[in-house]
Design a protein around this ligand. Structure first.
Ligand SMILES: *Cc1c(COP(=O)(O)O)cnc(C)c1O
Length: 456
């Protein structure tokens, strides 16, 4: 036991809290409870161990250090912009699709009081999301549209509304896991649907669906294999065939496209089912994510025939899945770009996807030419890379890309330094080198990379 004399010298929590040092910590944004607990823990350790020589000053130094490291943790988890130099265009950890400038502006506008559900013409209550739905219909030819939180919510809502308590017929080759805990069988189960799995892993015929249609069939479901490829001895009916079958038996067909591709991307050696084609083929409901190839905010877009869209809107759960005004604003502005024919020029995801190898190579050259430091110049070179769409889209597709290779003593330290900057740059490490792939970097950010490489 420490002597009474020793114990008496230990300052009280209150007196420490009144000190100038603590006042400063609180001004810096430290939480009072955290400071109090840091003080208590340290005073306890002094009380039980008389070996520690202390003074008010050493106690406060110790507490300050604890609090500062906690504040640093907060500041690095605060949402901040990053430069994505990983080469993965739709990087799920980095927020998937970066928004177009017009969409960002619209989000800022909507952040204030706005006409979300107010008709400025009539001066009375208006319909929420009206313009976004109208633009979606115009862009895709759909009869109606509903926007929910993400494609997982879209799938859940479509299944639950159209076939709750009934069966949904689906091919064994399409029971996908998207990642981040999305597994189709789990979604179906939680929506109260029994999945009737038909066909085999590699081959499913239209007859497999037809033979399994019965009194309890609620829907036929097709799911796009967004994140893996099945090749070799494979077969699946086309969406047209499924739609015809659905019409014959008066059973709705749901097409979960996932990535929401609006354009023919064969020029980039990519073949992806297209939204308008699926609708034209007769799918009753077509679902996709807003933040994949569509290039907009996170949301789930449901398009399709009016009777089903109305049924979705009438489902009380629809209210719980609805998106906020910021999402609607970003969606609206992104749709305007698609409709104006400016998508490949102004939507970052499509810009990045369509950038040529030559363009990326010449950007690398410009960046390297702008490096001042000889030490840095000596460790960089241009390297050919293969980038991916990412985010559960375009599985197997690679895009020939160009990037900068840094042959540094410790690529890990280099990566850390870039991540801890005011504007973090995230690249990747391969074969003991640090790589920046320019395909996923907006050209506007090249100057920031140059500035970074000229920092000492
Ligand atoms: C990505 C994807 C989903 C999930 O979409 P989120 O918007 O991430 O919820 C569902 N189905 C398919 C086919 C997908 O590709």
């Amino acid at each position: 036991m420490p002597s009474a004399d020793y114990s008496r010298k230990i300052p009280s929590v209150d007196s420490l809290l009144r000190s100038e040092v603590v006042k400063k910590l609180l001004q810096m944004g430290a939480r009072r409870e955290f400071v109090v607990s840091a003080i208590r823990v340290y005073l306890d350790s002094i009380r039980t161990n008389s070996e520690i020589a202390f003074s008010q000053q050493t106690i406060l130094e110790h507490v300050t250090e604890l609090v500062r490291s906690e504040l640093l943790k907060d500041s690095t988890s605060r949402t901040s912009r990053v430069i994505n130099a990983t080469g993965i265009i739709l990087h799920t950890n980095l927020g998937r699709a970066p928004l177009a400038e017009a969409a960002i502006d619209r989000v800022v506008t909507a952040a204030s009081a706005c006409n979300l559900e107010y008709d400025l013409n009539a001066g009375q209550r208006g319909e929420r999301g009206l313009l976004a739905c109208r633009l979606l219909e115009r862009l895709t030819g759909a009869e109606g549209a509903v926007v929910v939180n993400n494609c997982a919510a879209a799938t859940w809502l479509a299944l639950q509304t159209l076939s709750k308590g009934r069966e949904c017929v689906v091919s064994r080759s399409q029971l996908v896991e998207i990642g981040g805990s999305y597994r189709l069988p789990d979604i179906a189960e939680s929506a109260g649907i029994r999945l009737r799995e038909v066909g085999t892993t590699n081959r499913t015929y239209l007859a497999d669906y037809e033979q399994n249609i019965g009194d309890s069939t609620g829907a036929l479901l097709r799911i796009h294999r967004s994140n893996f490829v099945l090749s070799g001895y494979v077969h699946e009916p086309k969406i047209e065939e499924l739609a015809r079958l659905g019409t014959k038996y008066e059973i709705p067909v749901i097409d979960d496209l996932g990535s929401g591709c609006l354009y023919d991307l064969s020029e980039y050696s990519v073949s992806e089912p297209m939204v308008a084609e699926s609708l034209k083929a007769g799918a009753d409901l077509v679902l996709f994510s807003g933040d994949k190839l569509f290039g907009g905010p996170q949301c789930g877009i449901i398009l399709g025939k009016m009777n089903h869209i109305q049924a979705l809107k009438a489902n009380p759960i629809c209210r719980a899945l609805r998106v906020c005004k910021l999402t609607l604003a970003a969606l609206e502005a992104t749709l305007e770009l698609h409709l104006a024919g400016n998508a490949f020029a102004e939507i970052p995801t499509l810009q990045m996807l369509s950038a040529s190898y030559e363009q990326l190579h010449s950007r690398c050259k410009k960046i390297i030419a702008a490096i001042h430091s000889k030490v840095m110049k000596d460790c960089v070179s241009i390297v050919d890379l293969e980038s991916h769409a990412g985010g559960g889209t375009l599985p197997g597709a690679t895009f020939k890309s160009a990037g900068i290779r840094f042959q540094v003593a410790s690529p890990q330290d280099f990566a850390n330094r870039l991540r801890m900057r005011r504007l973090p740059i995230v690249g990747r490490i391969a074969d003991r080198d640090f790589l920046m792939d320019l395909r996923s970097v907006s050209e506007d950010d090249d100057s920031e990379i140059i500035a970074c490489l000229n920092e000492t």
